[in-house]
Design a protein around this ligand. Structure first.
Ligand code: AMP
Length: 285
């Protein structure tokens, strides 16, 4: 595995690979890697000849008062895990390399970036769009793999590819969970044992939401069920519980898949989770 820290070096390396006709798969991450990230790397390994994993804690996607400074960082541990997955290139740029002094142009997500996660974290999705557009331009991958764990981010990435004409296949891989249902997240390391237990309310609220939808087909009732459960749950400061169209994050279509989304703070740690429900599961679509 090559460890590359500069974008110009990465471009040269990839040019060489592409000249040989090899396809390139990109997995963007912020590091502190866990089994969820590794499932994306495996997917990229399966689908492409050359696997590039970027590890970059992107300052632009953190708001004021968020955890940029304290975000877990473990590059040695990350590199070991990436070697174990037969990653070809680990790209670990510095902030200065990604955002040289004087850089001003940014990519904006538009309305889909202003609701739910975007409403709670103003500017977050613009930061994500900007860094991912840069990574797409540096790596020029044939495909990029994102996780369903960050469902709204995946939806924004689909818009980014479409709206800015990136010729990249976007692959969204399923959420990897602990055996008790907690979605893996780099931020789970912040949780105490008690908070870890309280955090289970998120995945449980989604299961209750799915049951409510299956029985009633009623999106409002489903939303209310999840919200009520989270409001009653000990140790959870709920941010939102919603039922949305998985692509637009608007109100769901009368028929088609729906997405249940929840977010909340457990202690100081903000956690998100989601669950796709097929319309066929629902009583009334
Ligand atoms: P992050 O390092 O948090 O920016 O995540 C990098 C990528 O890994 C994103 O596409 C996430 O959606 C994905 N990811 C994070 N956690 C999980 C998980 N539990 N299961 C699947 N993918 C995940």
């Amino acid at each position: 595995m090559r460890v590359v820290r500069r974008s110009d070096e990465l471009r040269l390396l990839l040019e060489e690979r592409r000249r040989k006709g090899l396809t390139v798969g990109l997995v963007p991450t912020m590091g502190a890697l866990h089994a969820g990230h590794l499932s994306l790397v495996r997917r990229a390994r399966h689908l492409s000849d050359v696997v590039v994993v970027s590890v970059f804690v992107n300052p632009k996607q953190f708001g004021e008062g968020e955890d940029f400074e304290h975000y877990p960082r473990d590059s040695e541990g990350d590199l070991e895990l990436l070697r174990g997955e037969r990653t070809d290139i680990a790209f670990l740029p510095s902030v200065e390399n990604m955002y040289p002094p004087g850089a001003t142009v940014e990519v904006t997500a538009g309305p889909i970036g202003d609701v739910y996660e975007g409403a709670d974290r103003p500017g977050h999705f613009n930061g994500v769009c900007t860094v991912v557009a840069k990574l797409f331009n540096i790596v020029e991958p044939d495909l990029a793999v994102f996780g369903q764990k960050d469902a709204q981010q995946a939806a924004v990435m689909k818009r980014l590819v479409k709206d800015l004409d990136f010729a990249i296949d976007l692959v969204v891989a399923p959420i990897v969970r602990e055996s008790d249902g907690l979605a893996l997240s780099s931020r789970n390391v912040y949780l105490t044992a008690e908070q870890r237990n309280q955090a289970l309310a998120l995945s449980r609220s989604l299961e209750l939401g799915r049951d409510a939808y299956t029985q009633s087909g009623d999106c409002q009732l489903t939303e209310k069920t999840m919200l009520q459960y989270l409001q009653d749950a000990e140790g959870v400061d709920v941010s939102y519980a919603g039922v949305v169209d998985p692509d637009s994050f608007d109100a769901p279509q009368p028929s088609g898949r729906i997405l249940l989304i929840v977010a909340g703070r457990v202690g100081k740690t903000r956690l998100i989770d989601n669950l796709v429900v097929e319309a066929a599961d629902g009583g009334g679509g």
